[in-house]
Each structure stands twice: as C-alpha cells, then as structure tokens.
Design a protein around this ligand. Structure first.
Ligand code: CP
Ligand code: NVA
Length: 325
C-alpha cells in the first residue's frame, strides 16, 4: 500500500506526475468538466485539529471526482475517547477507499498507516504538511518558477529557483526542506535561535541534495535568506497546539516579519506565499500579503486541484479501480 505521509514517500517523477494530474484537473474544472474518475469512492477525513483549507479542498475535491467525503472530527468519533488508533484505522479503512488524517504527533499517522488497508494521506502533522507543499509548488509552476526538468508539460529551460523561508522551523519548514531536496532547488531558511528545523529531517534532506542538486541553508539572517530569492514564504509563529507559547514566540520572532522592506531584497519578480491562516502584522505585513507580489489566494485555491491530483494518483498506484470516462 502506498500511503502519502511525507513528500519522501515519493520520488521526483512521482510528485511531478501528481502535479501534472492536478494541472490537468484544474483545466478541466475551469471548463466545468472534471471526469468522475473516483465515482462511488469514499474518502474518510479525520481531523484532530482545526482546518478550513484542507477540509474544504479534500471534500470538494473528492466530490468533483465523483466520490464522497466523510468529515470525522475527533470530538465525534471514538478515537477522541481513547479507542486505539489501530482499531479505528482497521475499521474505518474496511469501509472506505481512502483516508486523510490531520493530527498532532507524526507517529500517530504512522501508527494509523500500519493498520490502514487503504491509502492514507497526511493532512498535516506536527512535523509535516506535504499536501500544502503540493499546492505551493503547483503555484510556483503557474508563476513560471520551477526546477527545469525533462517533463512533458513544462519547458526545459529555466534556472534553479531560490525559495526563502522566514520564521518557525515547523511542519511547513520541514516540508519545504523535503521538497527542495527531492526536486533540487535552493532553500534558504532563517529562524530565530531555538526555532531551527529538526536536525534529523535536515540531515536526511542534505544527503538527498547531493543527488538532486538541491541546496538547503539554515541560518538566522532574514536579509541574507531573501536576497535575490524567487519565492519568499513564511508561516504562523505559533502553530496549532502552541497557543500557550504565543506571547513568548512573539518576542522571539521580532524582526522576522516579511514586510515590504524585506520583499524589496528579493528578486523583483518574486512572489510571496503563505499556507494560511496568516496573522497580519506578525509573520507578514498587511501590505505584503495583500500586495501585488502575493499569490496566497491562488495558492489556497490550488489546494483543491493539488488534492485531486494526489487522490487520483494514489488511486492509480494502489490499483483502486477507476471509472472509465
Ligand atoms: N493551510 C492549511 O492547511 O489550512 P487549514 O489549516 O485551514 O486546513
Ligand atoms: N504550522 C501551521 C500550519 C497551518 C496550516 C500549524 O501547524 O498550525
């Protein structure tokens, strides 16, 4: 069974195939004609944390593909009352065709996957947010910023993009690290002291960079990180589950707000990305997120198409019978 728990579960060609599918499905959606490839299929969506984009993109996505999504809040299912993860996984996966789960500790997803008889998708864990990165790279491709490669849909020319990630070394930073290492682009991360990404995730990625041509630099200097970058991105300073650290983090992250002065140091055609939800005046200024270089709402809408591409790809590689159209 091929699950999608982190970007590392797939190689470059496989991730790009999912994005090809996503782009194809996006064009079809714009013409009001998404083929019902997953007709009659059911996706269970388990949420142990809040969500706007992930829930709506998966629920709309499976519906557009002809299937049906079941929203399961942990508050309403026995998992929230202590039913073992392995029992929940075994039962739910015996009744549906695919599962998406948003949780805290990444190990919870791994435990679920072990007992899950259908493909499992990570809808965010404390360590990774791979579905967001699929939409982010899709947005980069649409904006003409991508790693040049020999892939049918995109031109072969171009230069290796530089992405600057400013802020917390969290699940988003970790997934950017994985993507840079797999696809082979330059990622510069600037975090305050004590908020760097996890060493184990970084060193695994650095090893992969030797083959892919990727480059990952982690430091403390925002200016150095954004200098000439093609993409500037950030994330909330206090992620879900860190609400009680909000004040202390606001102090630690002073100087890490992506504002107009910071954007001026990037490439003049640079775009600004943010997974959302955003906190204006903290990790990003109002002027930047609502400004001409921001692509955050395109990025958010691309979640819908990226998620469809991922679900369709997982159905194909796991031999889930598709509706012939
Ligand atoms: N970016 C993202 O995953 O948003 P939600 O938390 O609203 O799903
Ligand atoms: N780092 C954030 C991402 C939200 C989509 C969090 O985990 O809350």
């Amino acid at each position: 069974m091929r699950h999608f728990l982190t970007l590392n579960d797939f190689n470059k060609d496989e991730l790009l195939s999912m994005l090809d599918l996503a782009l194809e499905l996006k064009v079809q959606a714009l013409h009001g004609q998404v083929p019902p490839y997953l007709g009659g299929k059911v996706l269970a969506m388990i949420f142990e944390k809040s969500s706007t984009r992930t829930r709506v993109s998966f629920e709309s996505g499976i519906y557009q593909l002809g299937g049906h999504g079941i929203f399961l809040s942990h508050k309403d299912i026995q998992l929230g009352r202590g039913e073992p993860i392995k029992d929940t996984a075994r039962v739910i996966s015996s009744m549906v065709d695919m599962v998406m789960m948003r949780t805290g500790a990444h190990e919870r997803l791994e435990e679920f996957a072990e007992a899950c008889s259908v493909p499992l998708i990570n809808g965010l864990s404390d360590d990774f947010h791979p579905m967001q990165l699929m939409a982010d790279y899709l947005t980069m491709i649409e904006c003409g910023i991508y790693v040049p490669h020999f892939h049918a849909l995109y031109p072969k020319e171009g230069r290796i993009p530089v992405v600057a990630y400013i802020g917390d070394g969290n699940n988003m930073a970790h997934s950017w690290i994985n993507l840079a290492a797999i696809l082979g682009f330059e990622l510069r991360i600037a975090t305050p002291e004590g908020y760097a990404p996890k060493d184990a995730i970084l060193s695994r990625a650095q090893a992969l960079c030797a083959q892919s041509g990727g480059k990952i630099i982690v430091g403390r200097d925002c200016k150095e990180a954004v200098s000439g970058a093609n993409v500037v991105t950030t994330d909330t300073w206090a992620s879900m589950g860190q609400e009680e650290q909000k004040k202390e983090r606001e102090r630690a992250f002073a100087g890490f707000c992506v504002d107009t002065a910071m954007m001026k140091l990037a490439d003049s055609n640079a775009i600004f990305l943010h997974c959302l939800p955003a906190y204006r005046g903290q990790e990003v200024s109002e002027e930047v997120i609502d400004g001409a270089q921001s692509r955050v709402f395109r990025e958010a809408q691309n979640r819908l198409h990226a998620q469809k591409g991922v679900m369709l790809y997982l159905a194909r590689v796991n031999n889930i019978p598709l509706v012939r159209v």
